[in-house]
Ligand binder design. Structure first.
Ligand code: NDP
Length: 264
């Protein structure tokens, strides 16, 4: 029996166990997937090995610590320094990032997206921003505080905090912060959110499982929006494909995973 897990803090909200366990059930795989509350990111590798995990997902706020914990990093994760999926290859931790692909899957219906405003500058933002730039999009970042914005200094993006933000018009506005996850807060002051949404075409939030205050504002502005559920599915399908040694078809995994997602 293989054991997989998601590490995070908080982690009780995670739907990943339902999704992955549904794949194991539907595809008749002897495996189990659980949640682990991890307070210190520096403990990740130790806990992973102690538990004898075959693989893990990593969520807020440990994705950068997960990058540090790995023995090898592959693909897109190398570019962004952020890992959300770890596969145990003969005792070596191999890190990947499936969030950015998962997000592109989620917004596949949004047309002609060229200018994007990313709210937040954490691990998820890093992955999405790099992916948007790779896709030739123009990116602006708005974050609550200055420190994390500095980490984007070497790439071609506009960076603002709440106090110096200069608005523009955006095809897509994405909330990558955890505002609205545990409490009912907006990712930026209401007056900024209003100006931003007055000049936007589409809205997305990475938080899932609820209509966040940010998405409620999008609704009030009559804008088409997506919550984080399709991103969750997209990143999960890729993670499961990696966990299971690329032996299964992604379409097959997606169908099995959807069942778990909507049961949960
Ligand atoms: P990080 O801890 O790396 O970054 C958090 C960011 O959010 C920082 O920029 C921080 O700003 C900002 N922030 C936190 N709280 C607030 C607030 N109350 N108001 C405004 N800004 C705030 O987190 P991650 O990037 O790892 O995760 C962010 C969210 O994305 C989580 O909710 C996670 O569940 C979700 N997620 C969803 C996925 C999906 O599949 N749907 C996939 C990946 C992530 P500052 O720098 O000022 O502290």
């Amino acid at each position: 029996m293989q054991l997989f897990a998601i590490f995070g803090n908080p982690v009780h909200h995670s739907k990943s166990p339902f999704m992955h366990n549904s794949v194991y059930k539907e595809l008749d795989i002897k495996a189990c997937y659980t949640r682990i509350l991890l307070k210190e990111g520096s403990e990740l590798k130790k806990r992973f090995l102690e538990l004898g995990l075959s693989g893990a997902n990593i969520t807020v706020p440990h994705k950068e610590a997960a990058f540090e914990a790995c023995d090898e990093i592959r693909g897109f994760a190398k570019k962004v320094g952020v890992v959300n999926t770890i596969v145990n290859e003969n005792g070596r931790l191999v890190g990947y990032n499936t969030d950015a692909e998962g997000f592109m899957f989620a917004i596949r219906e949004f047309e002609n997206v060229k200018r994007i405003l990313v709210i937040g500058a954490g691990g998820t933002a890093k992955a999405l921003v790099q992916k948007f730039l790779d896709e030739g999009m123009e990116v602006t970042i708005l974050n609550r505080s200055r420190k994390r914005l500095e980490e984007f200094a070497q790439i071609d993006v506009k960076r603002y905090t709440w106090s110096d933000f200069e608005t523009g018009s955006f095809d897509l506005v994405v909330n990558t912060t955890s505002a609205g996850l545990e409490e009912e807060s907006l990712p930026a002051p209401k007056e900024l959110i209003d100006v931003i949404l007055d000049n936007a075409r589409y809205v997305a939030d990475v938080v899932y499982g609820k209509l966040t205050p940010f998405l409620k504002e999008a609704k009030k502005h009559s804008l088409p929006f997506k919550d984080g559920i399709d991103m969750l599915l997209g990143q999960g399908v890729l993670a499961a494909w990696l966990f299971l040694g690329k032996r299964y078809d992604k379409q097959q995994i997606e169908e099995a995973m959807r069942k778990g997602l909507y049961l949960s």
